[in-house]
Design a protein around this ligand. Structure first.
Ligand SMILES: Nc1nc2c(ncn2[C@@H]2O[C@H](COP(=O)(O)OP(=O)(O)O)[C@@H](O)[C@H]2O)c(=O)[nH]1
Ligand SMILES: [Mg+2]
Length: 236
């Protein structure tokens, strides 16, 4: 995976090109395909296929520029910075460092591993309780190529889609091996992030720290009301 630490330190927006930086964090159990998804997205022209499993140590970073069309029909140029985390529990305490201040999160599971779906639900709960209020969350069922044989599938599409709908988060099934839906997943995530009502209402003149203060003042019991207020694209 390409190391682009220096890119991570660049300003979050480029006024000349009107480029916005979107920080995306990848969360999920070990070996569900987080690094493969990140690689597939960041190197779209590279030959795909099975890759040797190499555990991610701590976290890795990749970046790619895309353009999306927002709700007003305007083209928005995005630099999507993807933080690919290690799924191992011993790195769990590091996760908030990566999901803090992120615009979007992909919570991945392996459609052939039920335990990974249970872990994904825990990540969604953690993001909702400890993450940012405007983080757009997408649940991603990866390794869909393996589910061509129905017997191999352990997590049914309908169950995952129902769960995602009940939490007001996006959902997609992908294959990092074939590339199926990977481009679409990041495209939808980017679009949802730029269309997020809370983010749209946050004028550039406002101090982002005021926004964070607002978040801290929100109690858990208020979260449901916030969801009603801001719609399902944002976590509440
Ligand atoms: N069949 C299949 N294998 C995959 C897919 N995505 C990842 N893998 C394989 O699963 C293993 C773990 O992938 P990796 O991306 O390192 O998982 P991570 O621990 O979540 O980052 C590797 O051997 C990958 O080649 C997929 O969509 N389909
Ligand atoms: Mg990895």
């Amino acid at each position: 995976m390409q190391s682009t630490e220096s890119k991570a330190r660049r300003p979050s927006s480029n006024r000349m090109s009107n480029e916005e930086a979107i920080k995306v964090v990848l969360l999920g159990e070990v070996a569900v395909g987080k690094s493969s998804l990140a690689q597939c997205f960041s190197q779209p022209n590279k030959n795909r296929g099975a890759r040797k499993y190499e555990p991610t140590i701590g976290a890795a970073f990749v970046s790619r520029r895309i353009a999306v069309i927002d709700d007003e029909g305007e083209e928005r140029r995005l630099r999507v910075d993807v933080w690919d985390t290690a799924g191992e529990e011993r790195y769990h305490s590091l996760a908030p460092l990566y999901y803090r201040n992120c615009r979007a999160a992909i919570v991945a599971y392996d459609v052939t591993a039920e335990s990974s779906f249970r872990r994904a639900k825990k990540w969604v709960l953690e993001l909702r309780s400890k993450g940012e209020p405007d983080t757009v969350i997408m649940l991603v069922g990866n390794k869909i190529d393996l589910a061509e044989e129905e017997a191999a599938r352990c997590v049914w599409r309908e169950d995952a889609a129902d769960y995602a709908a009940s939490k007001g988060i996006l959902f997609m099934e992908t294959s990092a091996t074939t590339g199926y839906n990977v481009e679409r997943a990041f495209d939808e995530l980017g679009r949802a992030a730029v269309n997020c009502p809370k983010r749209r209402n946050l004028s550039s003149r406002q101090d982002p720290s005021r926004f964070r203060l607002f978040r801290r003042s929100v109690s858990e019991s208020d979260l449901g009301q916030l969801e009603d207020l801001h719609g399902p694209c944002c976590r509440s």
